[in-house]
Structure formats: structure tokens, C-alpha cells
Write a protein that binds this ligand. Structure first.
Ligand code: NAD
Ligand code: MG
Length: 398
């Protein structure tokens, strides 16, 4: 068995650290080619030294010399690259066999899409890039023979529950529904008044999953599930009516595929990202992880219910952006990234997050997307509209 060269985009984040944890357990199977981070050069240098990485990349070019110094302190001779160009260079290296896309937000689009265009196996956690540029990924995969393996736990579950011969035609495989499960986040049973007072710390304190701050807020508003609905469309070539969402607070059933003969195939496991990460890294093999084993008699109760779209409008907004197509998912994602950051910075309240996304979608003009430049342009436009709408909301409140 030849060892696979892995590049981890966003190695200092939650997905990145979990990926390195799995890699560390399998030194004979995987070796690290490139590691990348945005600001945390100290942790990046620690990781490069520990995994003997060939390349260290800081997403922020201003930190190149600090990264160089941090590597020298550790006697690590990884080559230093920086900025968007550095990220694209490291994924394209001949020694890179697979790329873990673990950057958060639209910032991950450039290097993830470049990896797909270079025909690298793409292990995709960075859902925002698929939401805004799904069609470009689908085209890149087709033209370059790229295998995209979803790491997002729901999509990884669907990938496991679909037949091995699935080739993008759900109808031909007898699939009726892709059922995405959602924990419902920390405020599943909160009243409207309680939602008004939610703080960033409360929103980031997810009951089942330990994740980065942006996705934690998305989970609390249910926008995370909305983004995942759009992600599912592109990963599995699904029509909107073939995707549904089910609240499942225990996060044990990670998602299900319902077939036309009445069978429903689910993937279960403890809520720990190292399982989908190990699956994606080793696919089609299965490798050991330290993930605690699932003992259903200890869980004892698995509950399911319909999502409440009145209290959590983000999910409805995402379904409607999916139906509209064109630049709507790009505006949705850009406005959401802006709104989540504004909430984390204490500039708007928790319930303002979906309100701002809705207003931004209403204010934007529908346009077709043809290429990467269009995506980047509407990402910029979506953020600018959200900024204006936030100002209008605050003027109205004073
Ligand atoms: P995180 O905030 O913990 O880590 C983000 C990583 O991206 C960090 O390494 C950071 O340095 C890097 N980064 C941030 N901005 C950047 C920029 N402008 N340029 C270059 N690098 C940048 O986030 P996370 O929770 O690990 O999530 C990463 C992605 O995976 C997100 O798209 C998220 O939706 C998805 N995801 C995460 C989980 C999870 O359990 N954390 C589960 C499913 C999907
Ligand atoms: Mg998920």
C-alpha cells in the first residue's frame, strides 16, 4: 500500500486538527505535504514540525516572515508560501494526492476549486464553496476525473448510504429522498423572547459537536442545514424535492437515503468528525479511529421531528435560494457570512442574522452565474448589500 500525500487547507481549525489527529494514527498510510492557516502561525509551525510537512502556507501574506521565524524556532525546514496564490500552489503539487478542504467560508473556494481542476481527490468540508460554486465543482469533477468525497457528516453519511455504483443519477438508483438530519442546535426549544437575548458564547456552545465559531452559529440559526441542502443538491445531483430535513437532537443518525421500495438506509455513529474524516481519507478502505463506539442501549432514545420554519427562517431562505438558482445561493451565503461575523462582533442580535440575510436576498437583483469571476463578484455584492441593510436596520432601531 503506497502512502498518500495529504495537503490540509485550514489545518489549524477544527476540521484541520481532527484530520491531523487521524493522520497521526496512520503514519504508514498518509504523509503530510502542505499545511495552511490564516493567522495562527505558531500552531501552524507546531503542526509542520510534528508532521514533517514539506510546505507551510499562511493565507495572510503579511504573516510570511512571522511564519518563517516560527518554523526556524522549531528547526523545521518546510518551504513557506503565502496568500491565495500560495494556497493554489500547494494543492497542485505533484506530491499532493488528496486535499482536505477545511477552510471556513467563501475564502476556501479558490484553492478547493483549483484542487478539483487539478484532478486531486477532494475531501470536502468547506460547504460554503460548494454552495456558491456547485456547478463549477460538478464541471471540474467531470472534466478532470476528480473524486469529491464529502466530509460534512450528513453528506458523508449519504455517500455511505448510496449504492457504490451511484453515478449522479438518483432516479436510476431508485432513490426517493435524501434525508438530512439536523440536531436543531442549542436553541431547539427556546422561546422567541429567549432567542432575542442569545449571546455569541451561547450560540457557539453546541450540545453535540465541537466546531469552529462560524459553523456553530450557523447550526444555532439552522442556516447550516440550509447550506447543507444546497451542498447536497450539487454533491448528489438532487432536485430540491428530493431533499428533506429532519430534526434529530441526539446527532446519532447522521443522515438517511430513502429508496422507492420502502427501504431507508441510515449511517449512525457518535457525533465525532474523525469518523467522516477517516472515511474520506481512506475510502474505499476503512481505517481505525479513536472515536468512542456507539452503544445504542446507552443512547436509548432517538427522537425525530419536523423543523419549525417560523422560529428558524434560515432553512426556508436556503430552500428558496436553491429554487431560484442563479446568484441567489451566492448572495445567501455572502450575506450570511457577513451577518454571522456581525453577530459574533456584537453588532447585531441573534434574530437579526436571518433577518439580514432575508433583506439582502430581497434587495439583490437575480443574475445568472457563468464562471468563477461571476461567483466572486456576487460574493462581493452580497456582502456590500448586507452591510447597507445592516445600516438601514440600525437606523430604523434608533
Ligand atoms: P475553523 O474556524 O475552526 O477553522 C477554519 C480554518 O480556516 C482555520 O485553519 C483558519 O486559519 C482557516 N482560514 C480562515 N479564514 C481563512 C482565509 N481567509 N484564508 C485562508 N485560511 C483561512 O472552522 P471549522 O469548524 O474547522 O470549519 C471549516 C469548514 O468545514 C467550514 O466550511 C465548516 O462549515 C465545515 N465543517 C466543519 C465541521 C466541524 O465539525 N468543525 C463539520 C462539518 C463541516
Ligand atoms: Mg454537517
Amino acid at each position: 500500500m503506497a502512502s498518500k500525500g495529504i495537503t490540509v487547507l485550514g489545518s489549524t481549525g477544527s476540521i484541520g486538527r481532527n484530520t491531523l489527529d487521524v493522520i497521526a494514527q496512520h503514519p504508514d498510510r498518509f504523509h503530510v505535504i502542505g499545511l495552511t492557516a490564516f493567522k495562527n502561525v505558531e500552531l501552524l509551525a507546531d503542526q509542520c514540525a510534528k508532521f514533517n510537512a514539506s510546505y507551510a502556507v499562511s493565507g495572510d501574506p503579511a504573516l510570511t516572515s512571522s511564519l518563517q521565524a516560527a518554523l526556524s524556532d522549531r528547526n523545521c525546514n518546510a518551504s513557506v508560501l503565502s496568500g491565495p496564490q500560495g494556497l493554489e500552489t500547494v494543492v497542485a503539487l505533484q506530491e499532493t494526492d488528496a486535499v482536505m478542504a477545511g477552510i471556513v467560508g467563501a475564502a476556501g473556494l479558490g484553492p478547493s476549486l483549483h484542487a478539483a481542476r487539478c484532478g486531486k481527490r477532494l475531501l470536502l468540508a468547506n460547504k460554503e464553496s460548494m454552495v456558491i460554486a456547485g456547478e463549477l465543482f460538478a464541471r471540474a469533477a467531470l472534466e478532470n476525473g476528480t473524486t469529491i468525497i464529502p466530509v460534512d457528516s450528513e453528506h458523508n453519511a449519504l455517500f455511505q448510504a448510496l449504492p457504490d455504483h451511484f453515478n449522479g443519477d438518483l432516479d436510476a438508483c431508485g432513490v426517493e429522498q435524501l434525508i438530512l438530519t439536523a440536531s436543531g442546535g442549542p436553541f431547539l426549544d427556546a422561546t422567541d423572547e429567549e432567542l432575542l437575548k442569545v449571546t455569541p458564547e451561547q450560540a457557539c456552545n453546541h450540545p453535540n459537536w465541537d466546531m469552529g465559531r462560524k459553523i456553530s452559529v450557523d447550526s444555532a440559526t439552522l442556516m447550516n442545514k440550509g447550506l447543507e441542502v444546497i451542498e447536497a443538491k450539487w454533491l448528489f445531483n438532487a432536485r430540491p424535492d428530493q431533499i428533506s430535513v429532519l430534526i434529530h437532537p441526539q446527532s446519532i443518525v447522521h443522515s438517511m437515503v430513502a429508496y422507492r421500495d420502502g427501504s431507508v438506509i441510515a449511517q449512525l455513529g457518535m457525533p465525532d468528525m474523525r469518523t467522516p474524516i477517516a472515511h474520506a481519507l481512506a475510502w474505499p478502505a476503512r481505517i481505525e479511529t479513536d472515536v468512542p463506539r456507539l452503544h445504542l442501549h446507552q443512547v436509548s432514545k432517538l427522537e425525530f421531528s419536523q423543523p419549525d420554519l417560523d422560529r428558524f427562517p434560515s432553512l426556508a431562505l436556503a430552500f428558496s435560494a436553491l429554487e431560484s438558482g442563479g446568484n441567489s445561493p451566492v448572495i445567501l451565503n455572502a450575506a450570511n457570512e457577513f451577518a454571522v461575523q456581525a453577530f459574533l462582533d456584537g453588532r447585531i442580535g441573534f434574530k437579526d442574522v436571518p433577518a439580514l440575510v432575508e433583506r439582502s436576498l430581497q434587495a439583490a437583483t437575480w443574475e445568472q452565474i457563468h464562471n468563477l469571476d461571476d461567483v466572486l463578484e456576487y460574493d462581493r455584492v452580497g456582502r456590500a448589500i448586507a452591510q447597507q441593510e445592516m445600516q438601514l436596520m440600525s437606523d430604523r432601531n434608533v
